[in-house]
Design a protein around this ligand. Structure first.
Ligand SMILES: [Mn+2]
Length: 317
């Protein structure tokens, strides 16, 4: 039987809208409201966040707070490494903003440097900007670029300062491994809100994209099986779940909502089916922002998905 270790990372410095650091506590409130024992039943560790830097002046216009993001990612990487190295243990990383995934994925790769790692990226966004291409300077939109080691200089629009370049290199090479994941080993699920610089890169690498329409046409279960089949060449697989993959009509409790997403039920069923695979090493959830929500709906949905995922993973032998 597998065991879950909950790793909490209340960092929101990679996001452009304030409030994602409260997402984890919002999930806990949902758990309490449901009378759930979820947070009693699993080991929990908390990684210190760098949110204090939000009060500082911005030094890195094209990768805001990148020194602190690197700090957080490094700590997350070592904690995730330790968890995945423990036999039968699957880390569930509860994140503020999605930039923390750089640390999560680095940690998995550090534990298994010789294994081919696939990533299922369930997100409205591609997060494949670099400091050279970003229109916003928000690092949560650069996570996939850091993981796949892509500067995308062909589509360069910015000239980052030396400090930004230095930390961007550090972020890409955590654990001394770059890239952590090949673009061919990424599946984007529910992708629908991208910029031209990102589209060019996705096209260049022929990255796999599974749209909401395709998922529905195939059926959620079948879509999950197809995604797993596509990643058959990978030895191990990580699932990264950004709640903005879901439709804002259900809840707008996330910083960068995008219309025409999946329902919370579809998300839960999809993730639940993925977790049948023995290759899944880890799961993360990001971008819940209760300050933008009504009645804590996003966190309640996220908690239900989390619980379903936990039930499934503990059933995998
Ligand atoms: Mn994201």
């Amino acid at each position: 039987m597998k065991t879950i270790k909950i790793i909490e990372v209340k960092s929101e410095i990679g996001a452009g809208t304030r409030g994602a650091s409260l997402g984890i506590d919002a999930i806990k409130i949902a758990a309490l409201d449901y009378g759930s024992k979820f947070f009693n039943n699993h080991e929990i560790v908390e990684i210190p966040a760098g949110n204090r830097s939000l009060f500082d002046l911005i030094h890195n216009e094209y990768a805001k707070h990148i020194p602190e993001i690197y700090d957080v990612a490094l700590k997350v990487a070592y904690e995730v490494k330790k968890a995945v190295e423990t036999p039968g243990m699957v880390p569930f990383v509860l994140e503020g903003d999605h930039s923390t995934s750089v640390g999560t994925i680095a940690g998995i790769k550090m534990a298994y440097p010789d294994k081919r790692l696939g990533v299922i990226w369930i997100d409205a966004h591609a997060d494949i900007h670099s400091p050279y291409t970003t229109p916003s300077g928000n690092v949560h939109g650069m996570a996939m670029a850091a993981i796949t080691g892509n500067d995308n200089l062909e589509n360069k629009i910015n000239e980052p300062v030396a400090e930004t370049k230095e930390y961007w290199e550090k972020l890409k090479t955590i654990g001394g491994i770059c890239p952590k994941v090949l673009p061919s080993d990424v599946v984007y699920v529910t992708l629908r809100d991208t910029e031209m610089q990102e589209d060019n890169l996705i096209r260049k690498f022929g990255m796999k994209v599974y749209t909401v329409a395709e998922m529905r046409a195939k059926g959620i279960e079948r879509a999950a099986v197809e995604v797993l089949n596509y990643l058959d060449k990978c030895d191990i697989i990580h699932i990264s779940f950004d709640v903005d993959s879901m439709d804002p009509s259900i809840s707008h409790g996330t910083g960068t909502p995008a219309k025409d997403g999946i329902s919370e039920r579809e998300a839960g069923n999809f993730i639940g089916r993925l977790l049948y695979s023995k290759k899944i090493t880890s799961f993360e959830i990001a971008e819940i922002n209760p300050t933008l929500d009504n009645e804590n709906i996003m966190a309640e949905n996220a908690f239900e998905i989390l619980q379903k995922a936990a039930n499934q993973i503990t059933r995998v032998v």
